[in-house]
Design a protein around this ligand. Structure first.
Ligand SMILES: Nc1ncnc2c1ncn2[C@@H]1O[C@H](COP(=O)(O)OP(=O)(O)OP(=O)(O)O)[C@@H](O)[C@H]1O
Ligand SMILES: [Mg+2]
Length: 177
């Protein structure tokens, strides 16, 4: 894949911006989400892309656990945004763009998704490609691909200094654990 080659982007190598891994169970995907959730800070945006059943909600449930959310996290498909309060009053917004149609960006704007994405809350977006024009340039993109019944391939790609630091934190935590 082009972005995995060792091409320099300024002082950074593309490999510094990316992480690829495979999980062998839903539990493993949730544990990965938990590790990521523990590292998330106000203003971080995680953009999830992947087909139905790829594991976006599963990863988000792990992220919520890592953030300290105690309530059950279910997909907000019909209301689009679920909001949780975590430590220090920080908001965690779980946004699901699945039901947006071709006017989806306008609809998302109408309910203020752009404001959430630019806020000092923490945002995780399922079907993020459906609101691509609204995504801040700086974010962590995660592509999830169904391999087989129990296996998913995940590709992380960070844009912007804070999200590169986030991804590097995740890599470091995985080496330790
Ligand atoms: N390695 C794995 N990682 C994540 N989920 C897995 C894995 N193996 C099996 N699964 C199962 O795949 C399903 C993933 O469903 P999930 O709701 O997370 O997908 P989704 O990407 O959010 O789909 P949707 O687009 O419908 O919201 C769950 O039933 C989960 O148990
Ligand atoms: Mg989902």
């Amino acid at each position: 894949m082009a972005w995995r080659t060792r091409q320099g982007i300024g002082p950074l190598l593309v490999e510094d911006l990316a992480l690829e891994l495979t999980t062998g169970s839903a539990d493993e995907t949730q544990r990965l989400g938990d590790q990521l959730g523990q590292l998330l800070q106000p203003g971080h945006v995680v953009a999830l892309v992947g087909e139905l059943g790829a594991g976006k909600t599963c990863l988000t449930q792990g992220i919520a656990r890592g953030l300290g959310v105690e309530e059950p996290v279910t997909s907000p498909t019909f209301i689009m945004v679920n909001e949780y309060r975590i430590a220090d009053g920080v908001a965690f917004y779980h946004i699901d763009c699945y039901r947006l149609d071709e006017n989806g960006v306008a609809e998302a704007l109408a309910i203020g998704v752009d404001e959430l994405l630019g806020s000092d809350g923490i945002c995780v977006v399922e079907w993020a490609e459906r609101i691509e024009p609204l995504l801040p340039h700086e974010h962590l993109a995660v592509s999830l691909v169904y391999v087989d019944h129990t296996t998913r391939h995940l590709q992380f790609m960070a844009s912007g200094e804070r999200h590169i630091a986030l991804l590097n934190g995740l890599k470091a935590q995985r080496v330790e654990s």
